[in-house]
Design a protein around this ligand. Structure first.
Ligand code: ZN
Length: 443
């Protein structure tokens, strides 16, 4: 623990240009991973995994990366000592950075899997329950039948999802009923289509389709769980902002609403906000303190009766610039930060409390559809809203109490080292912890 600030300092001084990228793009993650090479009949593949992951997670990573099922991992070329997939032994105690391990396909189970698991390294902490589940079923990628998914997920997983195209009068040389490469429907994850339509992330369901298609070899894709947030009307936000308008103090609220398909993005999800509930809190110009909420359960019950649930949270960071002109200061942006590390931690905490039921995940949940909305000043000094979600990896770091805010630089967060083992792995910069979500308002 004591070594963490030191680590950050080293970074600031020794890798100045990296830190620049770090601050400019708000929140990169410092993460210690080790590299394991896996030799199979098809060649050698490198797998990055945390030394603190267990062997079950190593198996999951290998399964995802190599698209194999029913295999064993061995320490020796002649398959003498098998790494026990069921055990909770840590990767760091079984293997060293750079070790080669050997994959052996077991008899009768060498078929390519038809479904997959959308899981990254170290996303899930193995609980006793999930451990049991995966022991009884070596193929953890098989969809679990006892997970109750959200209605929007059930609908989207049944949806065709392909992108329909018209007959092209120039390129198509067939009759009206024919189909060719120029007019047949595209997959929801079609790269050219997404690029053309300026869609930067796959929707969660497109991501799942892509994973299960077997066409995702080695390629990295970002996805979003919720692609858009829509407020049913502007009054909801106006009423919420009244607190800040009358007191000058910040405010936080929970968003209640529904999840629906979002048609602008293939297989996308939209969070529609119907109401904002402001729980007990005490705030100033610069801070918000939350109090325990005794009415919490009742609010949820009333919302449920109305067909609504808690789908996110909203907070203000507004400072008046010119009271007569009604402008506010721009405090956040690409040059500083969009969310502070502390806000990312809060978002991660709330997302962890609202996990997304998912039948493809070995423990029945994956990621979260809970959204974060910050109301702050934009470039034109107008009040505007920004929507975000933190990644599944960030959720895991928050859950394990590994992500720490920094007081001096609110845009920086770093990962706590929980053990002081001899092991000195490489430091990797991982992708953003934060994804932005578009926001729209019904007129
Ligand atoms: Zn055609």
């Amino acid at each position: 623990m004591a070594s963490a600030p030191l680590m950050l300092e080293n970074l600031l001084y020794k890798k100045r240009n990296l830190v620049y990228a770090f601050a400019r793009h708000r929140l990169f993650l410092l993460c210690k991973q080790s590299l394991v090479r896996v030799q199979s009949a098809e060649g050698i593949k490198r797998i990055e995994i945390s030394p603190k992951s267990n062997l079950k997670q190593l198996y999951d990573s290998v399964q995802t990366a190599m698209q194999v099922d029913g295999f064993g991992l061995f320490k020796e070329r002649n398959f003498l000592t098998e790494l026990q997939a069921s055990g909770s032994q840590l990767v760091g105690t079984a293997l060293k950075h750079g070790d080669m391990i050997y994959l052996k396909q077991m008899a009768g189970t060498s078929t390519r899997r038809t479904s997959t698991v959308a899981i990254e390294n170290q996303v899930f902490k193995s609980t006793a329950a999930s451990e049991k589940l995966s022991n009884s079923n070596t193929n953890s990628a098989r969809p679990s039948t006892n997970v109750i998914e959200d209605e929007v997920d059930l609908n989207l997983s049944k949806a065709d999802g392909t992108i329909k195209r018209e007959r092209d009068s120039k390129l198509c040389h067939h009759n009206a009923n024919g189909r060719c490469v120029h007019c047949s429907p595209l997959e929801p994850y079609d790269e050219a289509y997404l690029k053309e339509n300026n869609i930067k992330h796959l929707s969660f369901h497109s991501y799942i389709r892509k994973q299960t298609s077997g066409m995702d070899h080695g390629k990295y894709f970002t996805y979003r769980h919720v692609d858009n947030v829509m407020f049913e009307n502007t009054k909801i936000v106006e009423r919420f902002l009244n607190y800040w308008r009358t007191t000058g103090h910040q405010r936080m609220g929970y968003l209640y609403g529904t999840y629906e398909p979002h048609t602008d993005v293939p297989l996308g999800i939209r969070a529609t906000v119907a109401a904002i509930y402001e729980p007990p809190q005490e705030s100033t110009r610069d801070s918000i303190n939350m109090f325990p909420d005794e009415g919490d359960a009742e609010v949820d019950a009333v919302a449920n009766a109305l067909g609504l649930k808690k789908i996110g949270w909203i907070f203000t960071d507004l400072i008046t610039d010119d009271a007569t002109a009604g402008t506010v200061k721009q405090i956040r942006g690409i040059e500083t930060h969009f969310l502070t590390a502390q806000e990312c931690i809060t978002a991660g905490e709330l997302q962890n409390r609202h996990p997304n039921p998912c039948k493809y995940a070995s423990n029945g949940v994956f990621g979260s559809k809970f959204v974060t909305i910050c109301v702050t000043g934009d470039q034109t000094k107008q009040v505007h809203m920004e929507g975000y979600a933190v990644s599944a990896q960030c959720m895991a770091l928050v859950r394990d109490d590994c992500l720490i805010p920094t007081k001096e630089a609110p845009e920086l967060g770093y990962v706590r080292e929980s053990t002081d083992k001899q092991y000195v792995p490489d430091v990797f910069y991982k992708r953003f912890l934060l994804d932005s979500v578009t926001i729209s308002t019904e007129m």
